[in-house]
Design a protein around this ligand. Structure first.
Ligand code: PHE
Length: 462
């Protein structure tokens, strides 16, 4: 008979469309607009993208679907879900996801702060001078603006606090009102703006070089760290393995087609990432910037594009505003599982849980936000990296994929197949073949692939 469906008093999303947009609003964020171009630049372009798409399809989507299944079946948070499923020992999966969310928030909130700064600067004409400068000088000026934003003592921290306050306020207003309404309106607008930026990018002199960089793979550039990073990015991008898709899945309607939803989210997400790449890389190649320039890539190139087009100031403001909103919505999805878990524990009200979580992020964030300063460095177990890189690396490349293995093992092997079948086919209505293929992928391909990548990255498997 399988595990009973759970019904509860909690708010649910009201339609299939909202299930798509809410899940998408978690997926689309700084991962597309900031991290994807940065990593694509660092790891050599098309071969990295190809690898990323491969992992998105074979690990990201299956784990996302597993999370949806677990969330919708149990209608609770990513930790208690395992208790409801009768597998309390697997709560560790949810905990790994939650720690992943927190680690991500520790660095994500600081990048979101930079975006907020750029919203303010483009609104107050902070980039006006760029338009009258020669390209070389404009480029230098743009880099200086970025350095100024990230290197101050007070400013980065205040910006991070601002971001966190916005997140807390939206969450206090409630799941439905906050997330549902925002995501449906803003996602399409962000998409249109990215299309404008990409079209602008494609008219730059460096466009053909950029297209080659983005779409003509050179497989010889692949090595174990490229592969590990591409897999990590697939998890990070799709918010898979973090428990956020479990939490959102728990609000889905019973008639949402989980497989279709995951595929649609993944395709939209890849399209948004590619658009960001099309906007940024032509500028990089036109002005002989270094594609490997790291976290500043987005912030140095976008002002250059907009400084040279009519009404560029307005467009730039809109671009950063929407990026800021996308980042904020992704953060809502990162905080939500932590809050949902804490507030299901009797001792904490939802609002106290929200405040406690944001306070913790601000406390740890104080260390990650100060780029290049002595407080932002970690010398642990022979590591010598910034807190920023540490949290980024551990959460993206390890915590999410490890939780991902456990999510897929749960749905593929441990959950009874009647329940799994019921969720995938919506009680037998949907296509049986899709179920059969998916079951094979989730049981074998996904966990084995993740394992191989790990073994390869530590040199056990060459
Ligand atoms: N997917 C989000 C982005 O691309 C980040 C994220 C990761 C959100 C994990 C939730 C969980 O920006």
């Amino acid at each position: 008979m399988g595990i009973e469906k759970s019904y509860s008093e909690r708010e649910n999303f009201t339609s299939k469309v909202t299930s798509y947009f809410s899940s998408l609003s978690s997926a689309v964020g700084l991962g597309n607009i900031w991290m994807f171009p940065v990593l694509t630049g660092l790891f050599g372009g098309a071969s990295f993208i190809l690898c990323y798409v491969f992992f998105a399809l074979l690990t990201g989507i299956p784990v996302m679907i597993s999370e949806y299944v677990i969330g919708r079946r149990t209608r609770t948070n990513a930790i208690d879900a395992f208790r409801v499923l009768g597998k309390p020992y697997l709560k560790i999966t949810g905990f790994l996801g939650l720690i992943g969310c927190l680690f991500i928030l520790f660095f994500y909130s600081s990048v979101a702060g930079w975006v907020y700064a750029y919203i303010g600067k483009s609104l107050t004409g902070g980039f006006k001078d760029l338009s009258s400068l020669s390209m070389t000088k404009a480029n230098a000026a743009s880099q200086e603006i970025f350095n100024h934003v990230i290197n101050g003592l007070k400013e980065p921290f205040m910006l991070q606090l601002l971001v966190l306050s916005v997140v807390a306020v939206v969450l206090i207003l409630g799941v439905k009102k906050g997330i549902e309404r925002l995501s449906k309106i803003l996602m399409p607008v962000l998409f249109v703006l990215l299309v404008i930026c990409a079209v602008k990018g494609l008219t730059q002199p460096g466009a053909s070089e950029a297209l080659k960089f983005l779409f003509v793979p050179d497989i010889s550039k692949l090595n174990s760290s490229t592969i590990l990073t591409a897999m990590g990015l697939a998890f990070f991008k799709l918010s898979a393995g973090s428990g956020t898709q479990t939490t959102y899945g728990s609000y889905f309607t019973d008639n949402t087609n989980l497989v279709k939803n995951a595929i649609q989210v993944c395709i939209s997400d890849i399209v948004v990432s590619i658009l960001a790449g099309l906007a940024i890389f032509p500028v990089v190649f036109s002005f002989h910037l270094d594609p490997k320039s790291g976290p500043g890539l987005l912030f140095n190139t976008i002002p250059l594009i907009f400084s040279k087009i009519p009404m560029g100031g307005l467009f730039m403001f809109l671009f950063f505003l929407l990026t800021g909103i996308a980042a904020t919505m992704a953060m809502l999805s990162l905080v939500e599982p932590v809050v949902a878990y804490l507030s299901n524990k009797k001792s904490l009200t939802r609002n106290t849980a929200i405040l406690a979580t944001t306070l913790l992020i601000a406390l740890v964030g104080f260390f990650t936000v100060h780029q290049g300063s002595y407080v932002n460095s970690i010398q642990l177990f022979g590591l010598n990296m910034s807190f920023f890189d540490f949290f980024n690396n551990v959460s993206t490349n390890y915590l999410l994929p490890i939780a991902g293995i456990l999510f897929s093992i749960t749905t593929g092997w441990l959950m009874d197949s009647v329940t799994f079948h019921d969720e995938i086919t919506n009680g037998g209505i949907l296509n049986e073949n899709v179920y059969m293929i998916l079951r094979f992928v989730i049981r074998y391909l996904t966990p084995i692939l993740i394992l191989i990548v790990f073994l390869n990255s530590v040199g056990i498997l060459k």
